[in-house]
Design a binder for this molecule. Sequence first.
Ligand SMILES: Nc1ncnc2c1ncn2[C@@H]1O[C@H](COP(=O)(O)OP(=O)(O)OP(=O)(O)O)[C@@H](O)[C@H]1O
Length: 308
Amino acid sequence: MSDYVIDATNVVKKFADFSAIDNVTLRVPKGCIYGFLGPNGCGKSTMIRVLTGLLSPTAGEVEVLGLAVPKQAEQLRLKIGYMTQKFSLYDDLSVEENMQFIGQIFGMNSAFLRQRIEQQLITYGLDALRQQRVAGMSGGQKQRLSLACATMHNPELLFLDEPTSAVDPQNRRDFWEQLFDLSEQGTTILVTTHYMDEAERCHRLAIMESGQIRADGEPETLMREMGVNVIEVYAPNLRALKLKLMDCQQVRSAAQQGIRLRVLIYQDVIDPIQWLKTTFTELSKAEINLTRPSLEDVFVCVTGKGRQ
Ligand SMILES: Nc1ncnc2c1ncn2[C@@H]1O[C@H](COP(=O)(O)OP(=O)(O)OP(=O)(O)O)[C@@H](O)[C@H]1O
């Protein structure tokens, strides 16, 4: 049996001739919050469906919590939680009824279920809303209820597919605090996101593109090893400067952020600030600084996004 909670090797998933997952190997240690990043349509949700046993892979080996998937998917279902982008709640049922329904699906006896509902109502700040019908709830409240439902049976592994796409920054922050509580209690979490600040919170992450994993590791390591220096340029006419920079083979990407241009320059340029000042005479007196890389820079470097 594998030491990893998720141990997937050379996974391929084809829809007709199209490879949505193209030879992906993924290993997730216990208790880890593992982020899954990538442009729309790169295969994140498909990979989750394969890992949960909802889709059969076309090729490859998948072991999740020591169970062979999809062969033992029915056993796996009792040990995992899955929160989808659309929250999968019943609009006409109340908060409490939604939890009851999930608890019954997982075969909890009524005394235990009552106790578990009370616990979850407190943990997820839903006590005052217990009689509220889902249809009238805000995005943040629905998200908390979805997480409460997905964790009703105390799963060892939780899959979260873009869980924060419909909520404001404060609710996102609170949600992540709850994920860290779950992680500390030993729950392993695989979470897809488009938000770079969320990705930076993960213990480890993978960046996918076109069905393949382009980078995989701890956020800090990925930022350190991305092979470019990140430079901020304060100068007039940034739009024109950007076009000129994008024509240089030394430049991986250039993107405007307010009054500055963020330029990623390959590390084989030894002194990137000097290089900018001598190559572009209009920058000879400009303010130019070397700055800390971000995960967005990593994303740009490892996917095809930089040259657009
Ligand atoms: N059942 C299906 N039949 C055919 N093609 C599919 C099916 N499910 C997904 N695809 C295709 O596979 C690719 C990957 O889709 P997937 O939903 O996994 O992407 P994603 O990375 O989760 O995207 P997003 O960030 O937009 O949620 C897409 O091109 C999608 O159209």
